[in-house]
Design a protein. Structure first.
Length: 81
């Protein structure tokens, strides 16, 4: 037996945190790196257009993720979790 106490691991919380970090990293790459390169190569007007197009393109994903989060919150509240 080990002399160190075994810590409980919440794998769902770990998965949730990892998915959140991956999402933030992807958004960072898309917005900062992608739009930054467009800004550097094509200029400020194209950079603004790219930022507008990125925002409009990500809007459906944000709405879907938000609605799923709200539904999960409602279910957790009703179950008493």
């Amino acid at each position: 037996m080990s002399q160190y106490p075994r810590k409980e691991r919440d794998l769902r919380a770990y998965a949730r945190m990892t998915q959140f970090r991956l999402l933030l990293g992807a958004l960072f790459i898309i917005i900062v790196v992608g739009n930054g390169l467009i800004l550097l190569i094509y200029g400020s007007e194209a950079g603004r257009s790219a930022l507008l197009c990125t925002g409009i393109g990500l809007l459906p994903a944000v709405l879907i993720i938000g609605s799923l989060w709200v539904m999960g919150w409602i279910v957790r509240r009703e179950r008493g979790d």
